[in-house]
Design a protein around this ligand. Structure first.
Ligand SMILES: NC(=O)C1=CN([C@@H]2O[C@H](COP(=O)(O)OP(=O)(O)OC[C@H]3O[C@@H](n4cnc5c(N)ncnc54)[C@H](O)[C@@H]3O)[C@@H](O)[C@H]2O)C=CC1
Ligand SMILES: O=C(O)[C@@H]1CCC=N1
Length: 264
C-alpha cells in the first residue's frame, strides 16, 4: 500500500488529508511534515496521522504532496536532497512549473495541480497536468487523490493550468464578491443586513445547485426571466453596464498574474 507524505500541513493539506481518510486511506499511511508545532499537533489529533518536522524523512514515502507556499519549495527540495526516482510528486503550489519542479527534484514523476478552497468541504474543482515521467498507474493515483476532495479536469497542456487558475483556482473569490455586493445592495434597498445575507446566501446555493443538475445556465436564466419583467430589467442593466466584459477582463488579469508568478 502506498504511503503518502504531505510537506506543509496548512489549510489545503488538512482538506486533502480529511478527504483521503474519508475515502478509506488509513491514517497510518499518511505523514505530514511541518515546522510549526501547532499545525502538527492539530493534524495529528484531528486525523490520527504521523506528524514530524523532519523534511528529509518525506523521501521515504511513495507519494510526496507539496502543500507549502510556492516560495518554500526550493528550500524543501534542498533539505530533502534525495533520489526520488519511482516516487510521485503531487504539487498544489500555484504557479510553480513542472520545469522548476524538475530542476529542484530531478526527472521524476510529477503531477502539477491547481485546486481551490471548496476542497475544504470535499467540493474542490482541480486542474491536473502530469509530466512525461509519470506512469499510467501514477496518473491514476494522482486522479484518485484529487477525487478525495472533489472533481478533477486533466488539461492537455501545462499552460492551461493558468486558465484553470482563472476559472476555478481563484473562482470562489468571484462568487464571494458577488455575494458581498448583493448583500450590500439589498441593504441599500432597505433590508436588514441579516435578511439580505440570508436571502443572498440561499439564492446562491439554490442557483448553483440548479445549475449543477444539467440544464444550461442560459435556459435556467430564461425560466426566471418573465418578458419585460423584473429579472429582464436587472439583466439588461447588467449587460448594458458590461457585466460580461468585467468578468472576461478579470479572468484575463488572473491568468496573466498566474503566468507571471510561474516565471518568478
Ligand atoms: N488557498 C488557496 O486558495 C489555494 C492554495 N493553493 C496552494 O496551496 C499551497 C498551500 O496553501 P495553504 O494550505 O493555503 O497554505 P498554509 O499557509 O495554510 O499552509 C502552508 C503550511 O506550510 C508550512 N511550512 C512552511 N515552511 C515549511 C517547510 N519548510 N516545510 C514544511 N512545511 C512548511 C507552514 O507551517 C504551513 O502550515 C500553496 O502553494 C498555494 O499556492 C492552491 C490553490 C488554491
Ligand atoms: O490567489 C492566489 O494566488 C491563489 C492561487 C489560486 C487561489 N489562490
Amino acid at each position: 500500500m502506498d504511503k503518502i507524505t504531505f510537506i506543509g500541513g496548512g489549510n489545503m493539506a488538512s482538506a486533502i488529508i480529511g478527504g483521503l481518510i474519508s475515502c478509506g486511506w488509513t491514517p497510518s499511511r499518511i505523514t505530514v511534515v511541518d515546522p510549526n508545532a501547532d499545525q502538527r499537533d492539530r493534524l495529528a489529533s484531528e486525523h490520527g496521522i504521523h506528524a514530524t518536522d523532519d523534511v528529509a524523512s518525506a523521501a521515504a514515502a511513495d507519494i510526496i504532496v507539496l502543500a507549502v507556499k510556492p516560495q518554500v519549495i526550493a528550500a524543501v527540495a534542498k533539505q530533502m536532497d534525495a533520489d526520488l526516482s519511482g516516487k510521485l510528486i503531487l504539487s498544489i503550489a500555484a504557479g510553480v512549473t513542472i520545469a522548476s519542479l524538475e530542476s529542484f527534484f530531478g526527472p521524476v514523476a510529477i503531477a502539477r495541480t491547481m485546486p481551490n478552497t471548496p476542497a475544504l468541504l470535499g467540493l474542490g474543482a482541480t486542474g491536473l497536468y502530469v509530466n512525461e515521467h509519470a506512469s499510467e498507474a501514477q496518473r491514476v493515483v494522482a486522479k484518485g487523490i484529487i477525487a478525495a476532495f472533489g472533481i478533477s479536469v486533466a488539461v492537455e497542456r501545462e499552460d492551461l493550468l493558468d486558465a484553470v487558475t482563472a476559472v476555478s483556482g481563484s473562482g470562489p473569490a468571484y462568487y464571494f464578491l458577488m455575494i458581498e455586493e448583493m448583500i450590500r445592495a439589498g441593504t441599500t434597498l432597505g433590508l436588514s443586513p441579516e435578511d439580505a445575507s440570508a436571502l443572498t446566501l440561499q439564492t446562491a446555493l439554490g442557483a448553483s445547485t440548479m445549475a449543477s443538475k444539467g440544464d444550461a445556465p442560459e435556459v435556467l436564466r430564461a425560466r426566471v426571466t418573465s418578458p419585460n419583467g423584473t429579472t429582464h430589467a436587472a439583466v439588461i442593466s447588467m449587460q448594458e453596464n458590461g457585466f460580461g466584459e468585467v468578468i472576461a477582463k478579470a479572468m484575463t488579469a488572473c491568468r496573466e498574474r498566474a503566468v507571471e508568478l510561474g516565471k518568478a
